[in-house]
Design a binder for this molecule. Structure first.
Ligand code: ATP
Ligand code: MG
Length: 337
């Protein structure tokens, strides 16, 4: 399917007192129409920074220090969003994208009934629709996420946490977006609710055809829902692949570590194989591969020369030892069984 959004050689830097934090570096990433793109990585790997850069919700101290984010309209020329005047950028954001953040409580308006919030968004986006038709549409959207239309008269605080999160997802679709950005949209709800919400997101996506950029540290979850997954480490993309490939044949040792740290819900509870060590300090990155201090496969070259992203059969990977396996016994971390 056609390109929708792409980051080209993108750098994002936080300019703060302590210095310039290189939170994203050399990001090349494409999103196609209708695609579900997952972005995974440990805490502080730069996932939210990248999501904010792609959605152009980025605010100081974050600065786009190099590269571009290009939007490809269905008809018309590609637009570099990083060079767009604020007025036009707002127009684009309003017309084309939607954001679902971690906490619905922060995003739903507590003093307005749900119907008011839905009808506002729907009527703002469709100047010809009648209020009654907008109300019907609001009810349909709520039903799509499994909330009875009768709840339209509720205030958000009258809904459970899981319902609030689903109402927020429904609201994010009220504008008919081309792409929905989701940053850990289910971490605030329990596992059963998480499953329901994900199923509903997938059903909605299949019906309405919007693209999704889905950020989470939980690689197993992404393996289930994504068309393609980008793995981040220390502000860089270290591997991109299809779920089937990353599941059984990840090329980067970090991807395999991440996968072992978050076993699928369907697997029996067992001892987790965490990744020993801690993520890098971005203000003091190791030379060579940022993962080398934690990597079971690292050799001298890994500590001196940063690996470039290189094409594989199904994706890309940045690793001098790509595809090689660690024969040593896995490190076991107790997890309280
Ligand atoms: P998490 O899983 O914890 O949400 P993340 O992958 O989303 O992590 P980011 O929030 O993108 O990570 O942060 C990437 C890096 O940028 C981190 O080192 C973080 O400390 C730094 N950073 C984020 N926001 C700021 C800020 N406002 N000022 C300075 N540094 C920041
Ligand atoms: Mg984040």
């Amino acid at each position: 399917s056609p390109l929708l959004l792409e980051a080209k050689d993108l750098d994002v830097t936080y300019v703060v007192e302590e210095g310039e934090v290189p939170a994203c570096r050399d990001i090349d990433l494409q999103l196609r129409r209708g695609e579900i793109l997952g972005i995974a990585g440990e805490s502080a790997s730069g996932k939210s920074t990248l999501l904010n850069a792609l959605s152009r919700l980025q605010r100081p101290p974050a600065v786009t220090s190099a590269g571009s984010v290009v939007f490809h309209p269905l008809d018309g020329e590609p637009v570099d969003l990083t060079a767009l005047p604020e007025e036009q950028l707002r127009r684009y954001r309003w017309d084309s994208l939607s954001i679902v953040m971690q906490s619905a409580m922060a995003s739903l308006n507590p003093v307005l009934r749900l119907d008011t919030q839905f009808i506002d968004v729907i009527m703002e986006h469709d100047r010809t629709i009648t209020k009654q038709r907008a109300r019907d549409r609001a009810g349909e959207l709520l039903e799509m996420v499994g909330i009875p239309a009768g709840r339209l008269r509720s205030f958000s605080y009258q809904l459970s946490g899981g319902m609030q999160q689903r109402a927020l997802i429904a609201l994010s679709l009220a504008s008919n977006p081309e792409v929905v950005f989701m940053d850990e949209p289910t971490t605030a709800v329990d596992v059963v609710m998480q499953r329901q919400i994900l199923t509903q997101i997938l059903q909605l996506q299949a019906t309405l055809g919007f693209a999704i950029v889905f950020v989470t540290h939980d690689l197993s979850l992404l393996l289930e829902i994504s068309d393609r997954i980008a793995i981040m480490y220390g502000g860089r993309i270290v591997e991109v692949g299809m779920p089937e490939q990353l599941y059984s044949d990840a090329q980067h040792p970090y991807t395999r570590g991440l996968r072992a740290s978050f076993p699928p819900l369907s697997e029996p509870v067992r001892r987790l194989r965490g990744i020993p060590g801690t993520p890098p300090d971005l203000l003091n990155l190791p030379t060579g591969c940022a993962f080398s201090p934690r990597c079971p496969l690292a050799v001298d070259r890994c500590r001196t020369e940063r690996p470039e992203l290189t094409a594989t059969e199904t994706g890309v990977v940045a690793c001098h030892r790509a595809g090689e396996r660690d024969d040593r016994a896995p490190t076991e971390t107790a997890t309280g069984e």
